[in-house]
Design a protein around this ligand. Sequence first.
Ligand SMILES: [Zn+2]
Length: 106
Amino acid sequence: MALFGIDGFHTTDACPLNNSKSAKLLLNAEMLNLDKISKKYKINKILGQYHSALEHTFLWIVDAEDPHLIQQFCIESGLASFNAVKIIPLITTQEAIETVKKVNPQ
Ligand SMILES: [Zn+2]
């Protein structure tokens, strides 16, 4: 299991709320069938999908095998067509605490 964040941003002009092309992409069958696409790119599970509508940002959290494959997922799913996307390696807070304990034993 490896956790990654998919951190996305679009402009107000590209927002599906304001742009019919983006809205169509968001609502099309490919976007609604993310499980099928995600398996193809070794994304084991989409753990969360959070959006801030007026910030025009989103953060998805996935359990995946390879960030390069997440990149391909973002292209095929249409996410990357109207969003700038960062793929961020994540650990849990508990894992961070364990790392701090190893580096700075008390
Ligand atoms: Zn938006």
